[in-house]
Design a protein around this ligand. Sequence first.
Ligand code: PAF
Length: 284
Amino acid sequence: MEILSDITEMQRRCLALREAGKRIAFVPTMGYLHAGHLSLLHEGRRRGDVLVLSIFVNPTQFGEGEDLDSYPRDFERDEVLAREVGVDLIFYPHVEDIYPPGYCSYLSVEGDLTATLEGACRPGHFRGVATVVSKLFNIVQPHQALFGRKDFQQLATIEQMIRDFNFPVEIVGMPIVREPDGLAMSSRNVYLSDDERRQSLALNQSLTLAAELAREGESNAHKILEVALKRLTAEPDLVIDYVKICNADTLEDVETVDQRSVMLLAVKVGTTRLIDNSFLIGQI
Ligand code: PAF
């Protein structure tokens, strides 16, 4: 396994690999790897001749007052995990190389897809995500790139960007990986105190209750949301940013639940913001 920080060297290496006929599978991350990332890397290992992991805490996707400075980082640990999974190349660029002085180009996926949910709560977030992912794609030149479905709206935004900008990359969405008690894996889980960790279980539990109700035949989205909200508000320290039932393709709110309905939520537990989602009846 090699670790490269230099952008030109990384791009040169990846172009040479492509020319040699190697298929590049790419997993972009912000590091502090957990089992969710590892599932992407295992799948990438299976799909690609060469497996590339990027580790870059991208400042442009963090808003004012968000956790950019405190975002967990542990490169040595990530390196060990990456080696175990069989990563070939880690791309670990410096912020000042990705965004040098005078940097002024951004990619913005516009419209309803990014205006709602995370886009409404975190203005500029998806502009930062789309910008860095497009830059990483230009550097790594992947055939396939793997993303987790926990960031449901991020995945939809990247798929839209791929279509709109004709990136020759296949996007692979991967299932959410959960702790044994149901909490969705996230690098931010490390911030949670024991009590916050316990209260956070309400996220997955509210999704499960909602899905049970929908599968029993309840199709009224408002009634399902009421039950989910009741479970969430039973915890004293949860502050809800949103709980919505949306169409999985457009992310528009739905009144009547069907196979394409997904429930998405974002909740603050103390100072930690967690997101989660689940299809209610159908599968991906
Ligand atoms: O999902 C993430 O970890 C980040 O948003 C990504 C896709 C690596 C872009 O910085």
